[in-house]
Design a protein around this ligand. Structure first.
Ligand code: LLP
Length: 432
């Protein structure tokens, strides 16, 4: 069995005679202590990644800001760490903004997105002093006009007509996108917003999609924005790919910053404020998922069934994302396997056609590069508990989000007896 590809793991990964560790914490011990499945974040790597992003842009263009796309990992602890490292935030709903505020983030350093923002969301964001509202449609204009108490800084989202080379569910910049106003009508919308006394149009926003390797497509995006005239602020969105397997190409923050800032200087000028909104590329490589093997079925294929799956990682089922699992600390001959989840659906897989070290029941399996969108999209299919999030740093493992319990799952069921109600047993039946 070959060694795991450590370039896919967070910076704080080590392999020594005791086994694999992250942030100084042995993963086997973390699994024993907190159970599986679990999402384990290398806090040092997360901080380092935030600094790398900030430096990469600030070095090339001092008037720049990095806004973490909250949706990629909307845990208050993650947001707090990233804010501490100097990042702002992109929020895509009133609730994401509320989580950010609970985490202590300054709403003035956030932008609000959404293709269907409600009155409540817009009013809430303005009441909290949101930095910018990104106008997606004419109804946004009407709502801000109606609800604004003063002058709200806004950006206009433009569908720039760049078809990003990625999964179709993740492409957002094409001419038929549900997001933003088409570039052909953007000029008229700009004129309209400029006439609104309750809005100050600072600039334009575009986001062409997610998991994009082609830097040329980002350059195209910037060039398209330049067709709409000059503005003081440009928010160029997120979208840089993460490297999930050894076969994936490189997607370096430095190269991305060079491409984006280079294009901005060429097409938009040097005197603009530049914002970027990385989500996936900020957090994906900073975390790993831990599972325990529950069953190994050696038939036509080898099905290795673990105690998680599409409940805690939908990337595979929804987008066909490839991952590269490793049997933690085991050095046995390689066996070609399908790593599958425990949910009642054939689409519930974590990795197909992968070499694993002749797995046995009770083995732990680690999957790297699971920091982006797994926590976000985790769910309760088959009444699964959503997993905990464990921060590891300097040898200390800290549970920042606990595993769900049966009480959590039953908490919204109004017709059953609740714990504490007179004469009732715990709704969870004692199961935690
Ligand atoms: N800005 C905007 C306006 C966005 O819509 C997104 C992501 C980002 C920034 C961050 O993009 P990133 O840097 O993460 O590529 N549910 C999918 C991901 C959808 C991404 C949606 N928008 C998944 O689970 O992979």
């Amino acid at each position: 069995m070959s060694a795991p590809d450590l370039t896919l793991y967070p910076g704080g990964v080590r392999i020594d005679p005791e086994g694999m560790s992250i942030g100084g914490c042995g993963l086997a011990e973390v699994a024993d202590r907190f159970g599986t499945p679990a999402l384990v974040v290398d806090e040092g790597a997360l901080r380092e990644r935030a600094r790398t992003y900030r430096r990469a842009f600030a070095d090339l263009h001092p008037d720049s800001g990095v806004l973490f796309a909250t949706k990629a990992f909307p845990s208050a602890s993650v947001l707090a760490v990233l804010a501490e490292e100097g990042l702002g935030l992109d929020v895509a709903s009133g609730n994401e903004l509320a989580v950010a505020i609970a985490a202590g983030v300054d709403p003035g350093r956030a932008v609000l997105h959404g293709n269907a923002k409600t009155d409540e969301e817009i009013a809430f964001a303005m009441s909290q002093g949101i930095g910018h509202i990104v106008i997606d449609n004419l109804d946004d204009v009407g709502r801000i006009r109606r609800l604004a108490g003063g002058v709200q800084p806004v950006l206009l989202r433009v569908a720039v007509g760049v078809e990003a080379d990625t999964h179709e569910a993740m492409a957002t910049g094409g001419a038929a996108s549900k997001f933003g106003v088409g570039i052909d009508v953007a000029g008229e919308v700009i004129e309209l917003i400029r006439k609104e006394p309750t809005m100050r149009l600072d600039g334009l926003h575009a986001h062409i999609g997610s998991q994009i390797f082609s830097l040329a497509q980002f350059r195209q995006e910037v060039a398209r924005l330049a067709e709409l005239g000059s503005f003081p602020v440009y928010d160029l969105g997120g979208g840089l790919a993460a490297r999930y397997t050894s076969e994936d190409g490189e997607a370096e923050i430095g190269e991305y910053a060079k491409a984006l800032v280079g294009a901005a200087h060429e097409f938009l000028g040097e005197e603009v404020r530049l914002l970027v909104e990385p989500g996936r590329s900020m957090v994906a490589p900073t975390a790993v998922s831990l599972y325990t093997v529950v069953t190994v079925k050696r038939g036509r294929l080898v099905h290795v069934g673990v105690d998680g799956g599409m409940g805690d990682n939908l990337e595979v089922s929804l987008y066909g994302q490839r991952f590269q699992p490793w049997v933690l600390d085991r050095d046995r001959p390689a066996e070609r396997c399908d790593l599958v989840g425990h949910h009642c659906e054939s689409g519930d897989v974590l990795a197909t056609n992968v070499d694993l070290a002749t797995p046995e029941v009770g083995d732990r399996v680690v999957i790297p590069v699971t920091g982006a969108y797994t926590y976000t999209m985790s769910n309760n299919y088959n009444a699964a508990f959503r997993p905990p999030v464990i921060f590891c740093r300097d040898g200390e493992a800290r549970e920042v989000v606990r595993r769900e319990t049966m009480d959590d799952l039953l908490a919204r069921e109004l017709t059953i007896a609740r714990p504490g109600a007179s004469g009732s047993r715990s709704a969870a039946g004692g199961r935690r």
